[in-house]
Design a protein around this ligand. Structure first.
Ligand code: HMG
Ligand code: MG
Length: 297
């Protein structure tokens, strides 16, 4: 009983690049974004409004946002706090993702605040965004495992999700930050999320550290999830989560789903061309199965 089509949320320009040590030129990021869009990616995380001292790669967030907005597709920008959202208010972006970790230890490393303090800061910010008709998504990190605390109780994840749904978010993106979940855990958590939050858009965000992202996506699909965060080339990783490798690769997820008869709207040849835009500027090789085949031809 699988869906006939799914939505891919491309996170390459944000999650994909944030962990790259060398600064990718802003012009290249803009070309990357526009070529990803040409490949059919209708929802995309463009950048994130964080401290440039903490994440220098995102130091051009304002310019990227101003120059890459597009009124036919959903352009999401991230912020961890009030200061980030205030910076977003001075752009024309209409979709904001806030982020927080279920694990308190992870949240302290990532945002320098306890999970409770982040939540308390973000709740009124979310209400304000909703009053001003923004699309709001909440990215829930360490929903399965934490690099510092180990296994996270699904009960804690569901409780934090409740807080964000109650505050008014449109979407929850629930993340396996360090790629440690197994498919049975993916199926179980996403089944519970589906049952608890029938009115909220639910998205699965898997990192591929242990090569289980595709299996976890399939399990989430079987639990009724039809939205997936993926990154072109499998780029990605959180600088404050040791062991967080890249995201599920857009090309591998698209290939799998299309072969299953599930439409994604993504053109794989054009996606390969988008990856080629950014490759010369990266410190890592692209090792996804689909890209390797493309590179040989
Ligand atoms: P802090 O040092 O505690 O901040 O950092 P502060 O409140 O003490 O302020 C210090 C300075 O930073 C001040 O400037 C603030 O204005 C400024 P100064 O007065 O010294 O000139 N500042 C900011 N500047 C720009 N944008 C802001 C901002 N906030 C304060 N938003 C802070 C706290 C949150 C800023 C810092 O910890 C930070 O930037 N963290 C970001 C971490 C990050 O980007 N992580 C990766 C994204 S999350 C992720 O990848 C997970 C996800 O993919 C899902 C998953 O896979 O799990 C979403
Ligand atoms: Mg991530």
């Amino acid at each position: 009983n699988l869906p006939k089509k799914v939505t891919i949320i491309e996170v390459g320009p944000r999650d994909g690049l944030q962990n790259e040590k060398l600064l990718v030129p802003t012009e290249i990021k803009k070309q990357f974004i526009s070529s990803l869009r040409s490949a059919g990616l209708q929802e995309m995380e463009l950048t994130s409004f964080v401290s440039p001292k903490w994440v220098p790669q995102m130091g051009d967030a304002a310019e990227i946002t101003t120059d890459c907005l597009d009124d036919k597709t959903r352009n999401i920008v991230l912020a961890p706090n009030r200061r980030g959202v205030d910076r977003i208010f001075s752009t024309d972006c209409q979709a904001v993702a806030v982020f927080v970790g279920v694990s308190n230890s992870f949240n302290l490393k990532n945002i320098n605040k306890s999970t409770g303090d982040s939540l308390a800061e973000l709740k009124p910010v979310i209400r304000e965004l909703k009053l001003n008709n923004y699309f709001v998504r909440a990215c829930i990190s360490t929903a399965f495992y934490c690099p510092y605390e180990g296994k996270i109780s699904p009960k804690d994840t569901l409780e934090l999700c409740h807080e964000f749904v109650h505050a008014g978010v449109d979407e929850l993106s629930v993340a396996d930050t360090i790629g440690m979940a197994a498919p049975n855990e993916s199926y179980s958590l996403f089944s519970q999320l589906k049952a608890e939050f029938p009115q909220t858009l639910l998205t699965a965000h898997f990192h591929d550290t242990r090569k289980l992202a595709l299996a976890n996506i399939l399990a989430a699909l079987q639990a009724g999830i039809d939205r997936f965060d993926t990154s072109a080339g499998g780029l990605g990783g959180c600088p404050f989560a040791p062991g967080a490798a890249g995201n599920a690769a857009t090309e591998d997820v698209v290939y799998m789903l299309e072969r299953m008869g599930i439409a994604t709207g993504v053109d794989l040849d054009k996606l390969m061309a988008a990856i080629d835009v950014v490759i010369p500027y990266l410190s890592r090789k692209i090792e996804t199965g689909y890209y390797r085949l493309h590179a040989q031809t």
